[in-house]
Design a binder for this molecule. Sequence first.
Ligand SMILES: Nc1ncnc2c1ncn2[C@@H]1O[C@H](COP(=O)(O)OP(=O)(O)OP(=O)(O)O)[C@@H](O)[C@H]1O
Ligand SMILES: [Mg+2]
Length: 623
Amino acid sequence: MTLQQEQIPAQQDKHAAWRGRSEQADAERTSAELDDAEAIKRLRERSRRLLGSMIRPHKQSIAALVAILVGQNVATMATPILVMYGIDHGIPAVTDHGDYTIMVVIAVAFALCASLEYVCVRLYTVQSARVGNTMLYALRKRVFWKFQRLSVSFHERFTSGRVTARQSSDMESIREMTENGVDDLVLAAMNVVTITVVMLVIEPVLAAVSLLTFPLMLLLAKWFSRVSAIAYRKARETVAVLIVYFVESMGGIRAVQAYRREERDRDIFGRLNADNRFAQAKGHQQNAIMAGGMRGIGHLATVVVLSFGGWQVMQGNTEVGVLAAFLLYMKRFFDPLNELVQFYNVLQSATAALEKLSGVLDEEIEVAEPERPRTIEHPRGELRFDDVTFYYRDDKVVLPNLDLHLPGGQTVALVGATGAGKTTIAKLVSRFYDPKGGAVTLDGVDLRELSEADLRGEVVMITQENFLFNGTIAENIELGKPGAPRSEIVEAAKVVGAHEFIDALPDGYDTHVRKKGGRLSAGQRQLVVFARAFLADPRVLILDEATSSLDIPSERLVQRALRTILADRTAIIIAHRLSTVEIADRVLVLEAGRIIEDGPPEALIDSGGNYAELHRQWEASLV
Ligand SMILES: Nc1ncnc2c1ncn2[C@@H]1O[C@H](COP(=O)(O)OP(=O)(O)OP(=O)(O)O)[C@@H](O)[C@H]1O
Ligand SMILES: [Mg+2]
């Protein structure tokens, strides 16, 4: 990579810290932070729809899971009643008449309940993990596929850190929710209802007194849900910012090192890391208060039941067995609620994750595939811009009403100052973006109606990024024409002048390029990309600063190859070095999105306009 390219991540890094924060504001925003009631409703609706679509394929399995939980609930609820009968009827029968029948029946029933509970817990654990895993598998696949299809404009807005967070921490939150806690939630709800009903049936007065602590518990839970929502969200946000910063700092690692930014990055990362630790600590403190409080209330309830119940027993209003059963019920009442406290946070982050993922999944695909795609019978590579208006943000028009006609087979050079809109034109031809007004047509077909296969087959854009995929050199060239035989791959490499260096590599064409082609020089990567494009044999080829990473001798080499590569196709060459422009049939000079000069290079030089001046400066720089 050249320095010029490195500067892009470096500049981005400079503001990564605050950008992380502002980004979090829009990316990590969840329902609790939105003021607009209508917006919250839409957000909830959206994530409910996502949840529904996740659950729908598993309706039967989920019904089975609920049935298992009902079984478990019955088993746990029955045991205190058995204890009650044992104490009140079983033991007296033994002591008074030496009759063991009741005790034996109770013991057998107890064993049955215990077995049922065991079976249910086991079944539930296995089944719920299976369902949860399958749901997560499908969700991951959906999100990945969506990110792949979302247009370039989306990815230019949505940073890689955020993409990473969607696939990592958000998925993790949902996994946590599906894996543990849902059973506690359902069981706790069932318990509260069953226990209340059973206690009221057995002994209404004692039941009423036992439930006295319930409002206290509700108050505590209400406080907790309020404060922990804030603390937990803070913790999630800080960790999201941390991930975004980490991913982006690593993505620009070369720039970081080239500009000696390690120390600064370490400081910023350290600060973000500390923010996260602080937020986590706060959450844990609240958890501690809540968990302790719940236990305290549980004990208080026991004390109340024991004292009032004991007094009732002494008065002869109730039996000891009933009191024992109530005490057991109190425990079964509070235990799952305790667990629920832990689950509450998991549930919250899973809800937030669902909201964010549903946002990604609902994201409109700006550059959508046509519903009824058209194909080109005889591709000639004729390009036309019909009154095209384009802007990235509506406050700044980049291309105002552009008209342009490129007959098939022409080699056109696009020159102009930085920011003039050259790359934008290239992106419109490749349909990374659609025009806001007017139309871009290829052989008379609007690009928006052209089938994806035709578009990608007929238009290839090469940039200075020259991305290589992990794999061998041969595989990377073959991407241009999947399934091409080795002979064609080698032929393509020969045409662009890449064969010699590839042949000299230890494994030749089977040399692995490593991550993003890190093993090859920038010029070599570029030649591989050229070979790929040549093999693809598109009607329209766009080179955007494609040779700027080559040194002069390599560029000369490519220059020669270019004549072969570009013959018989429409080519748009964007270059600051005019040496590349020399092979063009026609030069377009662009200024602020308008074509101010158009003609064969020699004619433009003779006319003494902008291009002539550029050319003069370039020639002067050569000597
Ligand atoms: N993704 C984007 N979002 C917002 N504005 C953009 C985006 N990409 C480019 N622009 C703006 O559009 C204008 C044209 O950019 P473009 O990349 O087409 O210029 P260029 O002629 O290719 O410049 P260079 O020679 O530096 O590559 C510039 O003002 C730039 O700031
Ligand atoms: Mg550009």
